[in-house]
Design a binder for this molecule. Structure first.
Ligand code: PGA
Length: 259
């Protein structure tokens, strides 16, 4: 069975001191678990100090973004190459980056490629906007986002990718409408089907697909119970150590129930 992956996306919150306090509280509340992997994505600034504070058997590190060139005159950017050996994951293509920072399909593809080139697993976020959903465009949007982002990878590379299905309309930033598990399930299936068509059965079966969009301690079990969901990407709830550790606890409980 694949390890369930719970990644807390802290977004642009918490200074170095606050981040250190939160990570301590989370570490005190969670246990090392064979079937559940816990990761946090703090700000770029806090990755280095937090890496020295955590027990990596308990908590993995993820960056929220990185630039696709390995080095050079790109003022203000941090490359995947610089994050090598510091983080295990990098979130790529989050809707806030697509919308606020105008990252298009090709930029996201280049970031996914750079992550794999630097031995980092990309957590590729895909999801349709509210308008795309009402216009019946969800399948096409997901297909385009998935296929373009993975297009430079081999089937073997794809096995290292995590895809996060995050319907934009369900993310707290953009309205936070609750997505019912019955609405999420067909899209999870669709993502795996798209990957299978392109990279074959083995890559599709190995790929981890997680869900994000207003996940909290109350809604986490419902999403984790969906067949084919291999974890969660909570944002605002991950800044609350009680809620976040409860989400992790739900994953511990459900790994014993899931086939
Ligand atoms: P949210 O954020 O849980 O606050 O909706 C999730 C995300 O944007 O990754």
């Amino acid at each position: 069975m694949k390890r369930v992956l719970i990644i807390g996306n802290w977004k642009m919150n918490l200074n170095v001191h606050e981040a250190s306090i939160l990570v301590k509280r989370i570490s005190d509340l969670i246990q090392v678990h064979r079937e559940v992997e816990v990761a946090i994505a703090p700000s770029m600034l806090t990755l280095q100090p937090i890496s020295q504070q955590i027990d990596t058997r308990k908590i993995s590190l993820a960056a929220q973004n990185a630039y696709y060139k390995d080095e050079g005159a790109y003022t203000g950017e941090v490359s995947f190459n610089m994050l090598r050996n510091l983080v295990k994951y990098v979130i790529v293509g989050h809707s806030e980056r697509r919308i606020y920072f105008h990252e298009d399909l090709e930029v996201i593809r280049d970031k996914v490629t750079a992550a794999i080139r630097n031995d980092i697993s990309p957590v590729l976020c895909v999801g349709e906007s509210h308008q795309e959903k009402t216009e019946g465009e969800t399948k096409r949007v997901i297909h385009d986002q998935v296929t373009t982002a993975l297009s430079n990878l081999t089937a073997e590379d794809v096995e290292k990718v995590v895809i996060a299905y995050e319907p934009v309309w369900a993310i707290s930033t953009f309205g936070g409408e609750l997505a019912k598990p019955s609405v999420v399930k067909p899209i999870i299936d669709l993502i795996r089907y798209n990957v299978k068509e392109l990279y074959g059965e083995k890559a599709a079966a190995s790929l981890r697909i997680i869900y994000g969009g207003s996940v909290d301690d109350q809604t986490a079990p419902g999403y984790l119970e969906i067949e084919g969901v291999n974890g969660l990407l909570p944002g605002s709830a991950s800044l609350n150590y009680h809620k976040f550790s409860e989400i992790v606890n739900s994953a511990y409980r459900l790994t014993h129930k899931k086939p």
